[in-house]
Design a protein around this ligand. Structure first.
Ligand code: KIV
Ligand code: ZN
Length: 500
């Protein structure tokens, strides 16, 4: 069996996705969840880019000890120094140095000739080796680079001490057969290639990121770079869950390869990344979309009831998805509730469990049927901000076709009840303005999305917000069977995150 190393770049390339900005605490939470998932290498960030990124890489390096922690750097001394410093607390650090090698990038972006690029790549790797024994080098835009030059660069960086060479399809231009052939050609033409691990990093501009990664594995790649839910620059990166589950499901084609991923953790990690980045997962997304294991057509339902494998190639439970069946009702006890949460992958402390149970009882009173997704929503909501500065006490709205919408909101702050009133363009706008009056914090709403968590008129509504407060971009969520309450909770969550 050949082990395929899973290099997760959700916190670096994934975080470069427009609109996905995560704070330090959120990044640490994702890193811990990636470690629990069993990823081999976590690319925690690009330390030179900002003080926040530096601090995040440092805090992940301090606390996550079961995976290699990697920091990105251009092939420039100050970048490499920043990465090395941020990674100092790591048990197993890796510096990832990159420099473009395609004609387009060298001519227009870097304005440098081949020989200079070659020299800078070697110098960068040698310099990084002074700090760390584990060095990855990426010839950026490798798939569009002149092959003979690419081989020269790879040979030279291996000589200089690179232990992994990563072949990026930076703009998602490659096609599987061609990309597989490129990996085979690198193995045939780079004499010292066996001294390094071949890695690939495929973007999804043509929707081929996963297919290209798999073709590369068949041709000798032993590390794949990917992200949870496929988040990343532009159309994103190859999705971790899709690569891992293809290797597993198509053992007839990939039986000789294994990964260290704990597949039952996939669904939970996917939800966490979606919640913290604010990127809703498309219902038809492979492996982790809410429809991925649903059978709507009568013929399919009949088939699955007779024999699951007629229409299901993966057992939902294998990726930690336990369906949306009716699980608990208003008479369910605390023990059943806590057991159910455990089976969904949550381990709550006593205080969190008490609070979640109260919320569950409140929901069960309003809603006839409580599904797994409702439970997940309850728990995910309450962990958004552990000790919020402001909590919702109550609200009242008046709204209609011939009356101006008005809101009265009461918030709890340090044991006091504070009250604010406002009118607005609609009931939600009126509530937000009333909250702003109370808190003195004003946010600019960049995105507002409302989704039903489960089916039916009494379904929980989940509101996703992207809010700019001063210069900070904040994502938040709120949920309730009342969509105005869900909106108010989401906005309060955003302000509480800001006030942290
Ligand atoms: O897409 C890319 O080329 C990258 C490199 C930094 C590996 O993200
Ligand atoms: Zn990339």
């Amino acid at each position: 069996m050949a082990n395929i190393l899973i290099f997760d770049t959700t916190l670096r390339d994934g975080e470069q996705a427009p609109g996905a900005s995560l704070n330090q605490k959120e990044k640490l939470e994702i890193a811990q969840s990636l470690a629990d998932l069993g990823v081999d290498i976590i690319e925690a960030g690009f330390p030179i880019t900002s003080a926040g990124d530096f601090a995040s890489v440092q805090s992940i390096a301090k606390s996550v000890k079961t995976a290699v922690i990697c920091g990105l750097a251009r092939s420039i001394k100050k970048d490499i120094e920043a990465a090395a410093t941020a990674l100092k607390p790591a048990k197993r650090p890796r510096i990832h140095v990159f420099l473009a090698t395609s004609k387009i990038h060298m001519q227009y972006k870097l304005k440098k000739a081949e020989d200079e690029i070659l020299r800078l790549a070697v110098e960068g790797v040698r310099y990084a080796r002074k700090y760390c024994a584990d060095i990855e080098f990426s010839p950026e835009d490798a798939s569009r680079s002149e092959k003979s030059f690419l081989y020269r660069v790879i040979e030279a960086v291996i000589d200089a001490g690179a232990t992994t060479v990563n072949i990026p399809d930076t703009v998602g231009y490659a096609e599987p057969e061609e990309f597989g052939a490129l990996i085979a050609a690198i193995r045939d033409n780079v004499i010292k290639i066996n001294k390094a691990v071949i890695s690939v990093h495929c973007h999804n501009d043509l929707g081929l990121g996963v297919a290209n990664s798999l073709a590369a594995i068949k041709n000798g790649a032993r590390q794949v770079e990917c992200t949870i839910n496929g988040v990343g620059e532009r159309a994103g990166n190859a999705a971790l869950e899709e690569i891992v589950m293809t290797l597993d499901t198509r053992a007839d084609l990939f039986g000789e390869f294994s990964t260290n991923i704990k597949k039952k953790q996939i669904y939970k990690t996917s939800r966490l990344v979606s919640r913290l980045t604010g990127f809703v997962i498309a219902p038809n997304k492979a492996i982790v979309g809410t429809n991925a294991f649903r059978h709507e057509s009568g013929i399919h339902q009949d088939g699955v009831l007779k024999e699951r494998s007629t229409y299901e190639i993966i057992k939902p439970q294998d990726v930690g998805f336990y369906g949306r069946g009716l699980v608990l009702g208003k008479h369910s006890g605390r023990h059943a509730f806590s057991e159910r949460l455990k089976s969904l992958g949550f381990s709550l402390n006593k205080m969190q469990l008490d609070k979640a149970f109260v919320n569950f009882k409140g929901l069960a009173d309003k809603k006839k049927e409580v599904f797994d997704d409702d439970l997940i929503t309850i728990v995910e909501d309450q962990v958004q901000v552990a000790k919020p500065l402001w909590q919702l006490d109550s609200f009242e709205v008046t709204s209609g076709t011939r009356i101006a919408p008005k809101a009265l909101v009461r918030l709890k702050q340090k044991g006091k009840i504070l009250e604010g009133r406002s009118s607005g363009d609609g009931p939600v706008d009126a509530c937000f303005k009333a909250i702003e009056k109370i808190t003195g914090v004003k946010g600019e709403l960049l995105d507002y999305r409302l989704e039903a968590v489960t089916k039916g008129k009494d379904a929980i509504g989940e509101v996703y917000l992207r809010v700019r407060i001063k210069n900070r971009m904040i994502q938040s969520r709120g949920s309730s069977t009342d969509v105005i309450e869900a909106s108010v909770l989401a906005y309060l969550n955003a302000l509480n995150k800001y006030a942290l």
